[in-house]
Design a protein around this ligand. Structure first.
Ligand SMILES: [Zn+2]
Length: 129
């Protein structure tokens, strides 16, 4: 699995601007590339509430989750692991200082997985004449 660089940048920026509150969303992919983040409405501050908001989402077509740990400790909590198990195969946790190396992707069992960052050409940028 891969993630579009622009999507990762969006996640990092959103997590940074949400801090000290958590940022949370669902991941959606185009083929093999994660290209979209579905924002979770009404996410409140605090680890538990962000996770609970994700639990309450209907089963839309997503492949995983993303949320931030403003503390910078990117280890999944027990609530996170429960969420991972229910909500797809790819789960990103972003931590302070919210740069390109301060994120980790986990699978549904909480094992770290490698996510390749790729330049993805979004439809809007295509030159279709
Ligand atoms: Zn968490």
């Amino acid at each position: 699995m891969k993630i579009a660089k622009d999507t990762l940048m969006f996640i990092l920026e959103a997590s940074k601007s949400s801090a000290p509150d958590e940022f949370a969303g669902m991941l959606s992919a185009t083929g093999e590339v994660i290209t979209d983040v579905v924002l979770v409405p009404g996410t409140e501050s605090g680890e538990t509430s962000a996770v609970m908001q994700l639990f309450m989402l209907p089963n839309i077509s997503t492949i995983g989750t993303v949320h931030s740990h403003p503390s910078g400790n990117r280890r999944p909590s027990s609530e996170d692991l429960e969420l991972f198990d229910r909500k797809g195969m790819y789960h990103i946790i972003v931590g302070a200082p919210f740069n390109e190396s301060s994120w980790t992707c986990y699978d549904n069992k909480g094992e770290q997985v490698r996510l390749e960052v790729v330049d993805y050409k979004f439809k809007e940028e295509e030159d279709n004449w």
